[in-house]
Design a protein around this ligand. Structure first.
Ligand code: PEP
Length: 257
């Protein structure tokens, strides 16, 4: 059975004080949540800004469900790269995951698939788990090249990995036109693309590995539409932006499986 995952990407939001408060609220709401009694495997991931990682990880040290992710890491191992944060530094905070290739990194910071492949290697070599984002822009959907675009992102970012390495990757499909716009993919559009991504992984690494990988949907997923999106057989959860900043909404999304 694939792990069900809800990951909250805070982006560049929340002071440390606000972030600590938000995590405390989420924990409090989850204590009485029915999913904590379930036999199914759930992972909840919170991705705060780098400078909050250690403090927020300390709050969650004994929590059986919630782990911490960074939103990005450097493509270099260490050295004279002012302002960068390495995978090794992230590991030392207690974080377990790193989001790689978010469309905001690809678009605003020109991160190429080749650079992202280097980052994936650093995440894995530091015994962390990557959440690798892919997704097409609106013009790519409108011109019907969206399958090709996503296939290339998966191919260039992940196909150099071994079978053991790819089985540690979480993939997040995030159509760029749906991120922060209030326009989510329909459940049919999400299922169609998730099934396609699983087939792309299967053609390269085999069905067993493809069936074991969690593929998350991201793009205006919220407390109202999560249930419909998560009901699809190839949608294993969500990568949530805006709605992860409100404790009650984030917990409702977690309870949408
Ligand atoms: C995201 O940035 O990963 C995201 C999905 O954002 P939002 O949920 O706000 O669309």
């Amino acid at each position: 059975m694939r792990t069900k995952i809800v990951a909250g990407n805070w982006k560049m939001n929340k002071t440390l004080e606000e972030g600590v408060l938000l995590v405390k609220e989420i924990k409090q709401l989850l204590v009485s949540s029915p999913f904590t009694q379930s036999a199914e495997k759930y992972n909840i991931i919170i991705a705060p800004p780098f400078i909050h990682l250690k403090a927020i990880n300390d709050l969650l040290i004994d929590d059986p469900f919630i782990s911490i992710a960074a939103q990005n890491c450097s493509s270099e191992e260490k050295g004279a790269y002012t302002g960068e944060v390495s995978a090794q530094m992230i590991k030392s905070t207690g974080a377990k995951y790193i989001i790689i290739g978010h469309s905001e990194r690809r678009n605003y910071f020109n991160e190429s698939n080749a650079m992202l492949a280097k980052k994936i290697n650093l995440v894995l070599s530091n015994n962390l788990l990557p959440i690798y984002c892919c997704g097409e822009r609106l013009e790519e959907r409108n011109t019907n090249i969206y399958f090709d675009v996503v296939k290339k992102q998966i191919n260039d970012g992940l196909f150099h990995l071994s079978s053991l390495e790819i089985s540690k990757v979480i993939i997040a499909y995030e159509p760029v036109w749906a991120i922060g716009t209030g326009l989510n993919a329909t459940p049919q559009q999400a299922q169609e693309m998730h099934k396609f991504i699983r087939k792309v992984v299967s053609d390269k690494f085999g069905e067993q590995i493809a069936n074991s990988i969690s593929i998350l949907y991201g793009g205006s997923c919220n407390a109202k539409n999560a249930k419909e999106l998560f009901a699809n057989p190839d949608v294993d959860g969500g990568l949530i932006g805006g709605a992860s900043l409100i404790a009650s909404d984030f917990v409702k999304i977690i309870q949408s499986f």
